[in-house]
Design a protein around this ligand. Structure first.
Ligand code: GKR
Ligand code: MG
Length: 427
């Protein structure tokens, strides 16, 4: 098999006004859909976070990709690295989300090649990753502080006809009672059995109160809080101790592997990260410092599904748990995450997903189902999802008219709170 073409389609999906440590989500989240075509007519799919920088790199990858054998990932990755080099670990940046571009190009091509291979051999991607350890992959409810509003075409308005979770998704949640109400609606709709709150938005006392309110409302659900490294080491120790017995794990309370290691020594609570250990270059430091108990893989940022499996093996060797990070995404990413979750033998925690926050998608058959808190491995070869061309065209039109070319939550926040500035450390 040889690759003959790569198609890159930037899309935008509506996104409500969700708060985080770096500000406020825009009414649209950006994704990029990648299709690679082989000389036997088969197509492989992938989805990555969208930005003009990533799209430009994907366009530039055409020169490397065309003519390559999609069955030889090692050779394709080596060719990509010879052409582009690799991102430094520091290029991740200081925001909650990862800003590296090359690692996402690798991820897109790894996933698309696996999808193509699965279609060629008539097997699911999870089989190609070593086998299906579980058919039903557990996800966690992902709560956000938010302003009133639906996002997308409704901007900061709401749809009065919405019912159930669609109505709850529009409501403001700015205090513990609002967070509990959001959790009740999300758990009722999707059956999640673990709950995470995106923190780093309000003073630690307020966010810790929200976690305690969640514990009271959901005594049997494992709980997580993620302040995205906005706390100092001292603040993390003080409030981490308050959260002992409340949380399943505390995610990135503070910055740096050294900072996390200091908190880990002082607090009897597992720590997880998608901020201080985010690349293979970071792994020696993670082991040396003992910076976290759980590494949150994310195939978009670890260079693909094969790399995430390598990370899972590292976690097993060094006694780390493994779970999964997410950003807003559509169905192709959810399918890839689910195949990875199905194939990782040592998956010890329910995975993060933003999927309930979106209502549109670009896959045939509409949105994937989350039932009993799980996504069932899609049937069919490869990723088991196909592009709905009409829906993709609509999402591409939304991209063109929304005017965004990268994610930047600070200006969105300034529309609500004039003069608001992102800080690396706030409390
Ligand atoms: O969607 O606002 C968000 C999150 O803050 C996301 O960007 C983070 O990368 O979910 C993520 C996390 O676990 O840090
Ligand atoms: Mg996180």
């Amino acid at each position: 098999m040889r690759l003959t073409e790569i198609r890159i389609t930037p899309v935008a999906l509506g996104d409500p006004p969700l708060l985080n440590a770096a500000g406020l989500h825009a009414p649209w989240c950006l994704r990029t859909i990648v299709e690679i075509v082989a000389d036997n007519g088969l197509t492989g799919l992938a989805e990555v976070p969208g930005s003009a920088a990533i799209n430009a790199k994907l366009e530039a990858a055409r020169a490397v990709v065309v003519g390559r054998d999609p069955l030889n990932w090692h050779a394709l990755r080596a060719a990509l690295r010879a052409h582009f080099g690799t991102d430094s670990a520091a290029a991740r940046g200081d925001k909650p989300w990862d800003q590296r571009a090359l690692v996402q190009v690798e991820s897109a091509l790894d996933v698309a090649c696996l999808d193509l291979q699965g279609k060629a051999f008539g097997v699911p991607v999870a089989t190609l990753l070593g086998g299906i350890a579980r058919e039903r992959v557990p996800y966690s409810a992902y709560l956000f502080y938010k302003y009133e509003g639906a996002g997308g075409d409704l901007e900061f308005g709401t749809d009065p006809k919405a019912t159930g979770w669609a109505a709850a998704r529009q409501k403001a949640a700015l205090d513990p009672a609002g967070v509990v109400a959001q959790a009740e609606a999300m758990v009722k709709e999707f059956g999640f059995e673990s709950i995470k709150l995106k923190g780093g938005c309000f003073e630690p006392a307020q966010e810790v109160a929200a976690m305690k309110a969640l514990q009271e409302a959901f005594p049997r659900h494992p709980l997580r809080l993620d302040p995205n490294a906005l706390w100092t080491v001292d603040t993390s120790i003080t409030w981490g101790r308050e959260l002992e017995g409340v949380l399943e794990y505390l995610e990135d309370p503070c910055r740096t592997q050294e900072g996390m290691a200091a908190v880990r020594k002082a607090v009897k609570l597992p720590l997880a990260t998608n901020m201080c250990t985010t690349s293979f270059d970071d792994l020696p430091g993670s082991v040396r410092h003992g910076s976290e108990d759980i590494i949150l893989t994310d195939h978009h940022f670890w260079g693909g599904l094969h790399s995430s499996m390598e990370l899972a093996a590292h976690c097993r060797t060094f006694g780390r748990g493994v779970s999964m990070h997410s950003n807003n995404h559509g169905g192709i990413s959810l399918a890839a995450m689910t195949h990875l979750g199905a194939a990782m033998p040592n998956l010890t925690y329910a995975l993060d997903t933003h999927y309930p926050w979106q209502w549109e998608d670009f896959i045939v058959g509409g949105r994937m189902k989350i039932e009993g808190g799980c996504v069932t491995l899609p049937k069919g070869p490869g990723l088991g999802v196909e592009l709905d061309r009409a829906a993709l065209a609509r999402a591409h039109e939304n991209y063109k008219r929304c005017g965004l070319t990268e994610r930047n939550d600070e200006p969105e926040m300034q529309k609500k709170v004039p003069g608001w500035k992102f800080k690396q450390t706030r409390w």
